[in-house]
Design a protein. Sequence first.
Length: 144
Amino acid sequence: MAAELTVRLVDHAIELQALWQRIADPDCGAQLVFVGATRQRTATERDVLVTRQLAYQAYRPMAEKELRVLLEEAAERWPLRHLVAVHRLGEVPVGQASVAIGLSSPHRGACMEAMPWIMDELKRRVPVWKQEHYDDGSTQWIHR
């Protein structure tokens, strides 16, 4: 059975219930969702910065293509049935999701092994750029 892949870049809040529905499968005993959210405090070597929001930009066609390739590679490496990747673009306030990955497979091992690999590769390969906006009014582009 071929894996079902869903890739989306969105300009609004990520709908986590819809993500759960995309990975639901009565033949899959494992369903795993990772949500990366905007955190309020970022520790640096010198101090702690208070984040107001993050802003993400991407070249959509390239980012969507690379994200799809990434999920295809994961489906080849692990026996995953459903793979969903949603990344938010634009402004993301503290506490809201920036990225969500959903996986399902017959057994938990595949999901548990694949998730950190997918997130590490997403940060390394997918052309999405992050700018942090701090409470003091300053901003900084962050290499993910």
